[in-house]
Design a binder for this molecule. Structure first.
Ligand SMILES: Cc1cc2nc3c(=O)[nH]c(=O)nc-3n(C[C@H](O)[C@H](O)[C@H](O)COP(=O)(O)OP(=O)(O)OC[C@H]3O[C@@H](n4cnc5c(N)ncnc54)[C@H](O)[C@@H]3O)c2cc1C
Length: 406
């Protein structure tokens, strides 16, 4: 067992840090304030290997591992702790990767090089208002007409429409639709890549109703209505009615990296808290000298170290399965560690943010003290994004106790 980073990983982390100090740190508050990510920054991220990092070189990608994605995600989140850029990065390192595994040759060669170059983004359109956490309760309908599918219905929380609109090529969503009798639940679900800037899509067949988000504001989220949107069969992902299992792979991979980005943001919050308690003098002494504060700091630092180990284990398990094709690890392990890591790290980031804000006292209530921006970013993953806490518990319990009991 070796807990040190390999020389390659150290160099990679350092290069991401340098990039972040130059291009990310100076703009993160502006992104959180304006809700806009500059497409030039996305292009620059891609040029520096910090965008769709896991896409293969065949599609102009980096061919990077999930461990590298965790390293880059942690650093991006440390330097832009409101998380918009880090979330964009992990979405592009998970959903396009699954599309690469299961998409048609034609669709992959059209879309993936654009994603790899930072000219496009692919999001996930899964959640529906009535179904929520029950991803199998899909009502978005896809009906085949010749070489096309006609998609009709609504997804209730879909991130990235504004980002996709702003990028030169665009992009779209890994979209989960019903393609048969709904009573068959998981077994009549098919995935499609629905592109936003494709001809016929923007002329009224997709419309957006944006939510007003409280955090990670660079990533917009909308209700998306598909009104007879035409999708070529070449943009079906995997087999007809085989979409549920494939979509779960995307969620598992995203969750395998969410731990790392929430740890990055938590690390920034705790560092900011440490510097504050050392210099804030009340009753004649720095507040770090009161054990009510320094002991809380110690507990959170200990928890953060434990969470960090878990998030890198999740990435390591994903690498074992997808990169090394190591037979000792299966898809259930990827799901298990992704769920454990997301559950642990996101909750801890929120706890750390909450505690650090108390150390700042009243000043924390004003956005001039930016801890609240980081706290709200991590909160998205506690409340629901990529699955609620109870859904993570369900995955863990099913794997470790058995599906027949849970
Ligand atoms: C910032 C943000 C971005 C998002 N982006 C996207 C996106 O890009 N694409 C997308 O498809 N979705 C997106 N979502 C939606 C997200 O996937 C959902 O919020 C999530 O799946 C939960 O669904 P819900 O919000 O309807 O909660 P519900 O399913 O209604 O859950 C409400 C509560 O009930 C609990 N609960 C439900 N069922 C059970 C059960 N069986 N046992 C125990 N507890 C249960 C849940 O844990 C939760 O606490 C986003 C959400 C957020 C907050």
């Amino acid at each position: 067992m070796d807990f040190s980073e390999s020389p390659d990983h150290r160099v990679f982390r350092e290069s991401v840090r340098e990039f972040c100090k130059r291009y990310v740190e100076p703009v993160w508050i502006e992104i959180d304030e304006s809700g806009v990510i500059d497409p030039d920054l996305v292009r620059r991220m891609a040029e520096n290997g910090i965008y769709a990092l896991t896409l293969s070189e065949e599609y102009s990608g980096q061919g990077g591992t999930f461990t590298e994605a965790a390293i880059a995600g942690e650093e991006l989140a440390y330097h832009a702790p409101a998380l918009s850029l880090a979330v964009l990065f992990i979405i592009q390192s998970s959903w396009p990767y699954v599309f690469q595994l299961y998409g048609s040759d034609e669709a992959r060669s059209e879309v993936l090089p654009e994603v790899a170059r930072g000219r496009a983004a692919i999001g996930i359109a899964s959640t529906e208002a009535h179904g929520g956490s029950d991803v199998s309760d899909v009502r978005l309908l896809a009906v085949r007409e010749g070489d096309e599918w006609v998609v009709t219905g609504e997804k209730s929380m879909v991130s990235l429409p504004g980002v996709i609109e702003s990028l030169p090529w665009g992009g779209g969503w890994f979209t989960i639709a019903r393609t048969g009798d709904p009573r068959a639940k998981h077994n009549t679900i098919t995935d499609f890549l629905v592109l936003m800037k494709r001809k016929g899509v923007r002329d009224g067949s997709i419309s957006f109703r944006p939510w007003t988000e409280i955090g990670r504001k660079g990533l917009d989220t909308s209700v998306v209505t598909f009104n007879g949107t035409r999708v070529p069969d070449a943009f079906r992902i995997g087999d007809v009615n085989g979409g549920f299992r494939i979509a779960m792979e995307g969620f598992n991979l995203a969750r395998s990296m969410i731990g790392a980005i929430t740890v990055g943001s938590a690390r920034w919050m705790l560092d900011a808290g440490r510097e504050w308690i050392k210099q804030r003098v009340v009753f004649g002494k720095p507040i770090a000298s009161y054990q009510a504060i320094s002991f809380r700091f110690a507990d959170l630092a200990k928890e953060l170290e434990a969470a960090r180990l878990l998030c890198y284990k999740a990435a390591w398990v994903a690498d074992k399965y997808y990169v090394e094709r190591d037979g000792s690890v299966d898809l259930g392990d990827v799901a298990l560690y992704g769920a454990m890591s997301k559950l642990k790290c996101a909750a801890l980031a929120v706890e750390i943010g909450h505690e650090v804000m108390k150390w700042f006292g009243g000043a924390a209530y004003y956005k001039e003290t930016p801890i609240v921006r980081a706290w709200l970013g991590a909160l998205s993953y506690v409340l629901g994004a990529e699955g609620t806490e109870n859904m993570m518990r369900l995955i863990i319990a099913r794997r470790l106790i058995g599906r027949e009991y849970v």
